[in-house]
Design a protein around this ligand. Structure first.
Ligand code: ZN
Length: 484
């Protein structure tokens, strides 16, 4: 395998990367606007597009386009000199079933017309089928991936062959698909068959599908989330390790009168104001966008690219988790997605970079942030003896208790040695004055854990009554509790 993907920066499981293609290096996370075969793609530069995606099957199906693409190459056919990915028609297979092309034929065709990233003709399994049927379809997909891999040598043929992960909504099948695809060996892995989950706002399932795939893929391989084009999903998907998004949504939503924003969808019919400063919205009225759906599509693209830039900046500043917490509040189903993600907190912790500078507590999910998990896992590193006082800053000022070690309480981390007051993450973390229940629960369980880890140490806990519900049940000979 060549090294085609290089990481520049990361936060949570998200990253800024550089993907090398035959038509230049593109920076990820990236959106690939979907371009209809025959349309002019050159105008997409102004939005910030570095790479586009078109459908090789639709080109192949039309004798005229097919010949043109073979003669001119797909780049000239679309008037685009940047990187270009082609899809194989799998989506048509999903939508309309009948498709008249063989896997080997469409894979070779993508290479012949000069695509930079090509995709085998995988079987996009429905989310409603039984496990056994999904497994049978997955086996066919894997056979097609193997067949395509034998046909294409990325280096020799100048095309990155992508290995799509299928498996319906079954975690074990997604994991199996990812392991097998990795074994076959690709430089890029799309996660497919997820559009129906997004259409139905089943973000909890979407998150599980992404993470069960991700667990078994090479951590450094770029991931494409097929069909995710709504800007409100980007932050969460990037935080879970997705790098590429193709967007037909900007045009599809526009044709349906929908005005996209990173915090949800508006209906242009009902709008009186345009809450955006893109070149379209700063010069036009809602009436203009109602009468010209191309303008609406342009806004949808501008706002999508803006969100990607915002996400990159959040990765640089190590504030991605906070952006995600903000974004998932756009819709209860997205919040469900984040809740589903925090059940994988230990996995996420393994990816999250250790050195950061700030931690803003921005809601109950902050209690399951990688930094908190990591802190809890490392409570065993303190060497303690004699008497340990666990208290709060306020109580410390009121009481005078003899001790050998001093731990202060700070939700959601719980007890931390006063010597770490300036050290990330506990020291600089910004927590509301009235912590929420989730933060107190995690803090309380860390107090208990610290005590259990040090059975020979004497503990004095001196704190306010509000802690009673969280640590009041600690009854051990080694522990003395003083409520203030
Ligand atoms: Zn706009």
């Amino acid at each position: 395998m060549r090294e085609v993907f290089e990481l520049k920066d990361k936060d949570v499981m998200g990253r800024i990367g550089r993907l090398r293609t035959a038509h230049g290096v593109i920076e990820t996370p990236a959106i690939l606007p979907v371009v209809r075969p025959g349309a002019d793609a050159s105008r997409l530069r102004k939005f910030g597009a570095q790479i586009i995606i078109t459908n090789a099957y639709l080109i192949y199906r039309s004798p005229e386009l097919r010949n043109q693409a073979r003669d001119l190459g797909v780049h000239r056919l679309l008037g685009w000199d940047g990187a270009l990915m082609t899809d194989s028609g799998s989506y048509q297979l999903y939508e309309y079933r009948g498709i008249e092309v063989e896997n080997s034929e469409i894979v070779r065709f993508q290479q012949e017309i000069g695509s930079d990233i090509g995709v085998p003709l995988d079987i996009p399994s429905s989310i409603y089928i039984s496990h056994s049927r999904a497994r049978a379809e997955l086996d066919r997909t894997l056979n097609r991936l193997r067949e395509a891999r034998e046909l294409i040598d990325d280096e020799r043929d100048g095309m990155i062959l992508a290995g799509t992960i299928q498996g319906s909504i079954y975690p074990d099948l997604r994991e199996y698909a990812a392991r097998e695809a990795s074994r076959i060996g690709f430089d890029l892995y799309p996660i497919g068959g997820v559009v129906p989950l997004m259409e139905q706002y089943r973000y909890g399932d979407l998150v599980r599908v992404i993470l069960h795939s991700k667990i078994n893929l090479e951590p450094s391989a770029p991931i494409h989330l097929f069909g995710a084009g709504h800007p409100m999903v980007f932050a969460l998907a990037v935080a879970l390790g997705c790098d590429l998004f193709d967007s037909a949504a900007y045009a599809l939503y526009a044709s349906d009168g929908r005005y996209l924003s990173p915090s949800g969808t508006y209906f242009i019919e009902k709008m009186e104001y345009l809450p955006c400063s893109c070149p379209v919205c700063s010069e036009r009225s809602p009436e203009d966008l109602r009468s010209d759906k191309d303008l609406l599509a342009d806004h949808n693209l501008y706002t999508s690219f803006e969100e990607i830039r915002r996400i990159k900046e959040a990765i640089r500043e190590k504030r991605l988790w906070e952006l995600v917490q903000m974004r998932v509040r756009s819709h209860p189903s997205l919040l469900e997605g984040l809740k589903s993600a925090v059940s994988f907190a230990d996995l996420i912790e393994r990816f999250d970079p250790i050195s950061k500078t700030s931690f803003f507590y921005s809601g109950p999910e902050s209690s399951r942030r990688p930094e908190v998990i990591r802190y809890s896992n490392r409570l065993d590193r303190f060497e303690l003896g004699g008497t340990v006082l666990i208290t709060t800053e306020r109580v410390l000022k009121q009481l005078n208790i003899e001790h050998d070690h001093l731990f202060l309480l700070k939700p959601p981390f719980g007890p931390y040695p006063v010597e770490l007051s300036e050290t990330y993450p506990v020291g600089p973390s910004e927590i509301p004055k009235t912590p929420d229940h989730e933060a107190m629960v995690v803090a309380g369980s860390n107090v208990r854990r610290l005590i259990e880890l040090n059975p020979d140490v004497r503990f004095i806990i001196a704190c306010e009554q509000e802690w009673e519900g969280y640590i009041g049940d600690i009854e051990k000979e080694q522990v003395e509790v003083v409520w203030v």
